[in-house]
Ligand binder design. Structure first.
Ligand SMILES: [Zn+2]
Length: 269
C-alpha cells in the first residue's frame, strides 16, 4: 500500500492484515533504476527527500565513506581535530568513519568531512549521488510519493528547537515549491529514538496533521501519529530478509502484548 493510506487503515484498530510500504530515505540516484520493477508490481514507494542534497550537496556519510575507502582518513582526521578539538579522533580510517556518527556535532562534522573531501578527492557536488528536484518530479508523476527528511539531514536532537523546526519547515517549503506535493510525513534523520528530542515532539504537537517516522525497526500494529516504525533493510539476501521480518514481527508482537497487558486502567489513569 502507499504510505498516505496507512493512517486510515490503522486508525480503524489493530492491524488484522499484512500490509507493507516501501520507503527510501535521502533520495539516492540508484532508486530511480527500480521504478519500472516496482511499477510492474503496483508498489507505490515514498521517497524521503533532503532539499540540500537535491541541490547538489551530498550526505556527509557518503563523503566520509569515500574518504575511508580512498586514503582520505588522515585529511579527515586533521579537519575533525581542527573543528572539533575537544574529542579524540582515531588514526584508523574505519574507526574514524564510525566516529563521524558516534561523535557527531551538527554542522561541524559536515563541514569537516566536506573540507577533507574537497582537499583530497574532488568536488563533492560532482558526485551526483542524490536525485535532483526535476528527477524527483518525474518519479512523482509516476505516482511515487514524496516525504520530508529535513533540509540537510542534521540530527534533530543535536539542534536547538528553533533550528530543528527550521530544518523541517525549510525543507517542506522547498518540496512544495518544486511541485513535489510532499506528504504530511517526516522521516527523522538517522531514525533512532536518540535522534529526536522533546523539541521534535513539540514541533509535532504544533503541527497535528504531521506524522513522524523512525527507522530503528518494528512493525506497526497500532495507530500512532508521531511514532511510526520502520525496518531498515540494507541489502539482504532472501533468507536474511525473512529472518529480519520474522525477528521484527516477533518483537513487535511481544511489545504489543506487553503494552496491552500493562495499559493503565481507567481508575489508575
Ligand atoms: Zn536519511
Amino acid at each position: 500500500m502507499s504510505l498516505s493510506d496507512v493512517p486510515e487503515v490503522l486508525r480503524r484498530g489493530r492491524a488484522t492484515h499484512r500490509h507493507f510500504v516501501v520507503t527510501f530515505d535521502d533520495a539516492y540516484t540508484n532508486i530511480a533504476g527500480i521504478a519500472d520493477f516496482l511499477g510492474s508490481r503496483k508498489v507505490v514507494p515514498t521517497v524521503f527527500v533532503n532539499g540540500a542534497f537535491c541541490e547538489g550537496r551530498p550526505y556527509f556519510r557518503v563523503l566520509a565513506a569515500l574518504l575511508r575507502d580512498y586514503g582520505g582518513g588522515p585529511a579527515l582526521r586533521a579537519e575533525l581535530a581542527s573543528l572539533i578539538p575537544n574529542k579524540e579522533w582515531s588514526e584508523k580510517s574505519d574507526k574514524l568513519f564510525d566516529q563521524t556518527k558516534d561523535q557527531y556535532v551538527a554542522g561541524l562534522t559536515e563541514t569537516a568531512v566536506a573540507a577533507a573531501y574537497n582537499k583530497t578527492i574532488g568536488v563533492a557536488a560532482d558526485l551526483r549521488c542524490h536525485l535532483d528536484a526535476a528527477e524527483l518530479l518525474t518519479l512523482r508523476k509516476r505516482g511515487w510519493q514524496i516525504g520530508n527528511h529535513t533540509w540537510e539531514h542534521l540530527t534533530l536532537s543535536a539542534l536547538d528547537d528553533t533550528t530543528a523546526a527550521d530544518a523541517i519547515e525549510r525543507n517542506a517549503a522547498y518540496l512544495k515549491d518544486a511541485n513535489l506535493e510532499p506528504l504530511d510525513w517526516l522521516s527523522y534523520p538517522n531514525g533512532l529514538a536518540r535522534h529526536v528530542s522533546a523539541g521534535t515532539k513539540a514541533w509535532l504537537d504544533r503541527n497535528p496533521t504531521k506524522h513522524g517516522l523512525f527507522a530503528g525497526g518494528g512493525i506497526n500494529l497500532f495507530y500512532s501519529r508521531t511514532q511510526w516504525l520502520r525496518i531498515s533493510l540494507g541489502n539482504p539476501d532472501l533468507q536474511a530478509f525473512r529472518r529480519i521480518l520474522a525477528h521484527n514481527a516477533f518483537a513487535s508482537s511481544r511489545l504489543a502484548t506487553y503494552l496491552t497487558d500493562n495499559a493503565p486502567t481507567a481508575s489508575a489513569r
